[in-house]
Design a protein around this ligand. Structure first.
Ligand SMILES: *Cc1c(COP(=O)(O)O)cnc(C)c1O
Length: 813
């Protein structure tokens, strides 16, 4: 790569001059970032090409991971780490009067995702490349990613995220790999002389899908995989022809072009309810059609028979958003490659695998038949045929059982059910944590599990320890290496070797010092960004994730109100000082979530300006939660809030990132918290609240009454009343009436009141234990030691061996 520091400096200065026309002494940080990014991309291109040649030569099976979201985060620091040139570059830049940290801050965070689902896809790409697997991402190159969140007067305001405005240094546009995607029009069945049926699609609208490839660098293994992001462009031919035929005015011509390019214009900013919008369906089909065409083209380069397609290609769908992969592959195989139905179906079903991410019914995707039929006529015909054949099979299995067929059907009640299509058209269906998979099998998808038990399996999520530990918290990574050697980097399960040292006072002190330094860094950042002074000796209690009812930021907020009120009433109350830190975006149309944001900002405003509590409680709600902000907060966290209503959080991955950085969880037995608990044991986690079986039982029998709790528990009542009676929080206004009503009059859908007291008691225990620094540091160490299991390397190895049946490709080939 670079032979030494001097070699790097020379290459860097040359790049600055040739590409930006600047001498290093007048280069800004932004100039320097762009030159460095561009230099690294050049340097990567050789290994990128070599990787592709190696895969081709070995005829290695290729995995294509289809996801509408990839929440990659900034790439500079991570690429330097994985390329193993971090220190050369850092020192070289320093010699030139530049600071790597400041350059990193100049990179726009590519926010091409909403939250956990998109971040999981990004962690998977890092693990695929780092383990040497031939696995690539197919995603959307949205012109506007996740909105920028600002608070004005405590309310969330959304601004467009124009992340491409200064260019994206890592991408390479590949117009020669563009493919055409078709919408609308008519489909006619045509019979030739031999009676063979074929389908003719006419009058369609076409748009060009142009790929932009982003290198995905493996850690120290000469592997560079590809994240291929698709962008919609009007075809020259199409736009020109229109202008010519209709002698359109330039304005019409432009409007047409814009309408086509709107397909990749923006990311839908809602992560848990279905939009059901025409443009969204267009986006989904755009990704799917472009990706499947590209995968098929790559396969055809090998000159192998179609029967070996599924030995060469795995198509994985991240949730149901890309479920149209199934009919799209059928369409290409039948209409373009002239295969028969049976053969095409066999190929499709043995190539596609599917990950389910939720049991929330409001998030399950369905599309109106009329919409699918008019926008994608041929695709709809195929879905309909898949459904027909599937229902016939069900009838054969159990004749006359109409109820069973009705509830399993892919097309029913005028809707196409994307989860059903995904299960029927794939060979593997996985949940994302043990509990989630069990709930799928026993409840939400029981009837499907009974029909296809062999398809269902669990793959507990993971996070890349390279970004979330080595990159985000280098001091901790160094301490770990000093303690147990460096093998954990390639084999994160070996973090458990730290357990042998958990009584070592010197190690625990060191661990405490690193956490303290990280807290000081965050305190500095908070002061700069939010103008709030926070005490690094207080407990940093962190709740960072999307804002949603089931994630229960409201429970945390009410508990802060309770503590504040108690402190005001009993000034002598000996409370361990705490800083409550929040980060969360609400979907722009999610009224309730936005009210909770306003409430937390209101609490912050009251508490932070009250001299009576100033040494005890601070509340900080940082704007614009994103991967780069997460990297600043997580290393500084003491307490990780994972307090979802049990059964609602499929897995969570924030819980894993925080644990790996030595935070101790306060949480419910939900999602992957269950597996964290299994590993760290009772002494190293603070559990509270209802369990999933209890929650599900309440939903079934309707026996929960939140009003009873409101009426019988004074602590709950006094706290809630402050939302609507005159208080420092309400100031006599009705701002929080709807929150109050949801809790008291609409029976508290997420069991906030039910879990309130148990949460409060768990928080008291946290405070008590935090006073005993050595004890606390030991809990922190045990969490780090047990976090290796939650590396996405483990997850990806499981997908590789159980689902995709692939092995690492060795670089020596
Ligand atoms: C990890 C991550 C998430 C997911 O957090 P959960 O706590 O699992 O919901 C969301 N957003 C960002 C930016 C993340 O890094």
């Amino acid at each position: 790569m670079f032979s030494d520091k001097e070699d790097f400096k020379q290459a860097f200065c040359e790049k600055l001059e040739t590409e930006l026309g600047k001498k290093v002494d007048i280069a800004t940080d932004l100039d320097a970032f762009r030159a460095l990014g561009s230099l690294l991309r050049d340097k990567l291109s050789k290994e990128w090409l070599q990787t592709n040649l190696r895969y081709e030569k070995a005829q290695e099976k290729q995995v294509y991971y289809f996801s509408m979201e990839f929440l990659m985060g900034r790439l500079l620091g991570n690429n330097l780490l994985n390329m193993q040139i971090l220190s050369i570059v850092k020192e070289g830049l320093f010699d030139l009067g530049l600071e790597l940290k400041s350059l990193e801050e100049k990179e726009e965070d590519p926010g091409l995702g909403n939250g956990g689902l998109g971040r999981l896809a990004a962690c998977f790409l890092d693990s695929l490349a780092s383990l040497g697997y031939a696995g690539h991402g197919f995603g959307m190159r949205y012109r506007y990613g996740m909105f920028d969140q600002h608070f004005i007067d405590g309310y969330q305001v959304e601004l467009p995220d124009h992340w491409l405005s200064k260019g994206f240094v890592w991408e390479v546009k590949r117009p020669e790999e563009a493919v055409e995607v078709r919408y609308g029009g008519q489909v006619q069945a045509v019979k030739d002389e031999e009676g063979n049926l074929s389908f003719k699609h006419t009058d369609y609208e076409k748009v060009n899908a142009v790929p932009y490839d982003v290198p995905v660098v493996g850690y120290n293994n000469e592997t560079v995989n590809t994240l291929r992001l698709w962008s919609a462009e009007a075809t020259e031919e199409d736009t020109l022809l229109r202008a010519f035929n209709h002698q359109q005015k330039p304005s019409n011509f432009l409007a047409h072009k814009r309408s086509l390019e709107a397909i990749s214009e923006f990311l839908y900013p809602d992560d848990s309810t279905e939009e059901g919008k025409r443009l969204r369906l267009k986006q989904e089909y755009f990704l799917v059609s472009a990706g499947v065409q590209s995968a098929v083209k790559n396969f055809e380069r090998l000159n192998l028979p179609w029967s070996s397609f599924s030995d060469q290609v795995a198509l994985h769908i991240n949730d149901t958003h890309p479920a149209l992969v199934i009919p799209e592959l059928m369409r290409i195989l039948m209409d373009d490659k002239q295969l028969g139905w049976e053969e095409a179906w066999e190929i499709t079903q043995s190539s596609v695998s599917y990950t389910n991410h939720t049991t929330l019914s409001e998030a399950l995707e369905t599309w109106p038949v009329n919409l699918v039929r008019s926008l994608l006529p041929r695709i709809f015909m195929i879905i309909d045929e898949i459904n027909e054949r599937f229902c016939k099979m069900l009838w054969k299995q159990d004749p006359g059982n109409f109820d069973r067929i009705a509830s399993l059907a892919i097309v029913a009640d005028g809707q196409v059910k994307m989860a059903h299509l995904s299960i029927v058209g794939s060979y593997s269906v996985n949940g994302v944590a043990k509990l989630h998979t069990e709930i799928l099998k026993k409840r939400e998808m029981k009837i499907y599990y009974d029909t296809f038990p062999e398809k269902f399996n669990n793959k507990t999520n993971g996070i890349t320890h390279r970004r979330w530990l080595m990159h985000a918290n280098p001091a901790l990574a160094d301490l770990i290496t000093e303690t147990i050697g460096e093998q954990w980097v390639d084999d994160p399960a070996r973090l458990s070797e730290l357990l042998k040292e958990k009584e070592d006072p010197a190690l625990l002190t060191e661990l405490g010092k690193i956490k303290q330094q990280n807290k000081m860094n965050l305190a500095h950042y908070v002061n700069e960004r939010a103008g709030i002074t926070i005490d690094p000796n207080s407990i940093f209690d962190v709740h960072i994730k999307r804002l949603h009812g089931y994630k229960r930021q409201l429970l945390n907020a009410l508990h802060i109100m309770y503590l504040y009120t108690k402190l005001k009433a009993e000034p002598a109350f000996d409370m361990v000082p705490r800083t409550f830190i929040f980060g969360a975006k609400a979907a722009p149309s999610y009224y309730f979530a936005k009210k909770v944001i306003k409430l937390i900002n209101t609490i912050a405003n009251v508490v932070n300006h009250d001299p009576d509590v100033k040494d005890k409680i601070k509340v900080v709600f940082l704007e614009n939660y994103s991967v780069s902000l997460a990297e600043k907060i997580i290393p500084a966290t003491n307490v990780s809030e994972q307090i979802s209503t049990a059964s609602k959080e499929a897995s969570g991955t924030g819980n894993m990132k925080l644990m790996m950085n030595g935070a101790v969880t306060i949480g419910t037995l939900d999602g992957a918290n269950v597996e964290i608990y299994e590993r760290v044991g009772n002494d190293n986690i603070y559990l509270f609240g209802l369990e999933s079986e209890e929650v599900l039982e309440y939903y079934r029998n309707g026996a929960y009454s939140s009003k009873e709790i409101y009426e019988s528990d004074e602590r709950v009542r006094n706290t809630l009343d402050q939302l609507v009676r005159y208080s420092p929080f309400s100031r006599g206004e009705t701002e929080f009436q709807d929150i109050f009503d949801s809790l008291v009059h609409y029976n508290d859908e997420y069991f906030v009141l039910k879990d309130f007291v148990s949460y409060m008691k768990a928080q008291q225990l946290v405070s008590q234990d935090f006073r005993l620094q050595k004890l606390w540091n030991k809990k922190s160490l045990v969490n780090i030691a047990q976090s290796g299991h939650f590396s996405s390397d483990r997850t990806i190895q499981e997908y590789a061996s159980d689902i995709w049946e692939i092995a690492p490709v060795h670089t020596l080939l």
